[in-house]
Design a protein around this ligand. Structure first.
Ligand code: NAD
Length: 492
């Protein structure tokens, strides 16, 4: 008897249970070999008072199986409920989000008949760290964290995906013309890793033009790799272009656990009607089978599904009189796919997973070793909540702060929302109550001089506090291997 791999299944909320049952039925009829451990996550768990939405038995099941097949979950309205997806991705290190998008012209109506692209989205970093603060009456901030190990492994994942799937080009989207350090690092890592894959074409686009092109000329892309937030937005845009959010599945790959799900939500507006399209979750199931090495079953299911779409047997979300032949509910769609198992599409290109085409395995992050870089403290950006009854005059702030600078530190610049307002600010610049005041060791020109000790900053904070200023945060300024590790902050 063959040993069946176990998978953890979450049936989800809204349309979730219906499309999960439908997908499991098709996968099993297609020859998939797995044993299901069903666990609960989501609305019911939240409403039992567990604010993470995930209970211990679910974590234990995931540890046992390493594979999560998840239907969409409803996040209850109101505060206090965490996103289950963000919790799963971060806790389990599901760093690579892979979203293939393909158009099924002329069988599903789309303005973009030739789309066949894959978005590889970094899944753990960027603005999703959730480190947010209110710092003054007027100003809130969130931290954007981009790391070298995180960027390296997602970019390498994208190139490995391209190589294994015979894709010709990998494009990188960033906004490194503005975020020169964070997005700049992502772009730099992309250029470095591209050298290891000489057979693959590469290009970089600024996210604004990249997203515009993805929305208007998606056929010019093959694989696109992006930091988290851009990937979140652009992957929904490209999925929508091909006709319905109900058609696309995604994989979230980690070292020990991988998760497979549809890209859409729990569609409460059609829950219980039995009309939801199970295709997105089914396509995620196909990716899951490929991941598990069950390529024959994956291929059989995928081709039968393509033929069903080609035969015009469509659920309501993609039904169009000119392209469809039969309007079906979820149950009849399942029957139609199962009847076609073993057959191939005649007009759409059939898929083949026989030659080891697969989702690359997750790789451990490369840690930068201790002492790899020479790091020197050369100053501090001191953030103040400041205004007086006379107003917000940066020249007065500059004058007061120059008096508190001590030792080797001197005040070199004040910015407001990143725009330099002292010295020599422009009188028309709008100033909030949030000021970034740069103190650095005395050097030549605008660059800092010699390294300082932490004590210099402690002394500065003491002086600032005694002078009655409300400092809300500090950010130390470091030189790494002789190069400034901070933006020069001229409000460019
Ligand atoms: P949604 O994706 O559920 O629905 C958007 C629209 O698409 C609706 O009109 C819906 O009827 C339609 N639609 C979605 N999937 C469909 C399918 N398979 N077949 C036919 N039509 C389909 O987005 P929403 O309404 O913004 O979110 C509803 C809930 O889902 C929210 O609680 C949200 O937090 C949650 N959500 C969960 C996930 C997830 O678990 N991965 C992802 C997104 C949203």
């Amino acid at each position: 008897m063959t040993h069946k791999q176990r998978i953890t299944v979450v049936r989800g909320d809204g349309i979730g249970p219906g499309i999960m049952d439908a997908s499991l039925q098709i996968l099993e009829a297609g020859g998939a070999q797995f044993e299901v451990e069903t666990v609960e996550m989501g609305e019911k768990v939240f409403l039992r008072g567990n604010t993470s939405g995930i209970e211990d038995d679910a974590w234990e099941s995931l540890k046992r199986t390493g594979v999560l097949y998840k239907a969409p979950i409803t996040t209850p309205q109101g505060g206090g409920y965490k996103s289950i997806n963000v919790t799963l991705r971060k806790t389990l290190g599901l760093y690579a989000n892979v979203r293939p998008t393909r158009s099924y012209h002329p069988f599903v109506r789309t303005k973009h008949p030739k789309v066949d692209l894959v978005i590889v989205r970094e899944n753990e970093e960027d603005l999703y760290a959730g480190i947010e603060h209110r710092q003054t009456s007027e100003v809130y901030q969130t931290l954007k964290l981009i790391t070298r190990p995180g960027s390296e492994r997602i970019v390498r994942y994208a190139f490995e995906y391209a190589r294994r799937n015979n894709r010709k080009k990998v494009t990188c989207f960033t906004k490194d013309n503005i975020m020169k350090m964070t997005d700049g690092l992502f772009h730099k890592v992309f250029d470095e890793i591209a050298l290891e894959y000489p057979e693959i074409d590469t290009e970089h686009m600024i996210i604004d033009i990249g997203a515009a092109r993805a929305a208007t000329r998606p056929e010019q892309f093959d694989v696109i790799v992006m930091p988290n937030l851009y990937g979140d937005v652009v992957s929904d845009i490209t999925a929508e272009l091909t006709g319905s959010v109900g058609l696309a599945g995604s994989a979230n790959v980690g070292e020990k656990v991988s998760m497979f799900e549809a890209i859409h939500g729990s569609a409460p507006d059609i829950a219980g009607l039995g009309i939801a399209n199970p295709s997105g979750l089914l396509m995620a199931g196909v990716m899951m089978l490929v991941h598990m090495g069950q390529t024959e079953a994956a291929e059989r299911v995928h081709n039968a599904w393509l033929l069903t779409i080609e035969d015009g047997i469509h659920t309501k979300d993609i039904f169009q009189l000119e392209n469809s032949t039969t309007l079906v509910n979820t149950e009849k769609f399942v029957r139609a796919v199962i009847e076609r198992l073993g057959d191939f599409p005649k007009k759409l290109a059939p898929v083949s997973y026989a030659h080891g085409v697969t989702l690359p395995k997750a790789q451990p992050a490369n840690i930068v070793p201790l002492g790899a870089h020479q790091k020197e403290l050369v100053g501090v950006d001191l953030f103040l909540d400041w205004q007086t009854i006379e107003g917000r005059n940066p020249d007065i702030l500059g004058e007061e702060l120059q008096k508190v600078a001590s030792g080797d530190l001197e005040l070199v610049m004040i910015t407001n929302r990143g725009q330099k307002v002292w010295p020599h600010g422009h009188p028309d610049t709008f100033c909030t109550d949030h000021w970034r005041c740069r103190f650095q060791s005395k050097g030549e020109g605008s660059l800092p001089g010699k390294a300082i000790a932490h004590e210099a900053i402690v002394q500065l904070l003491k002086n600032v506090s005694e002078a009655g200023f409300d400092f809300i945060k500090i950010e130390n300024l470091y030189r790494f291997d002789g190069q400034p590790g901070f933006s020069l902050g001229q409000g460019q």
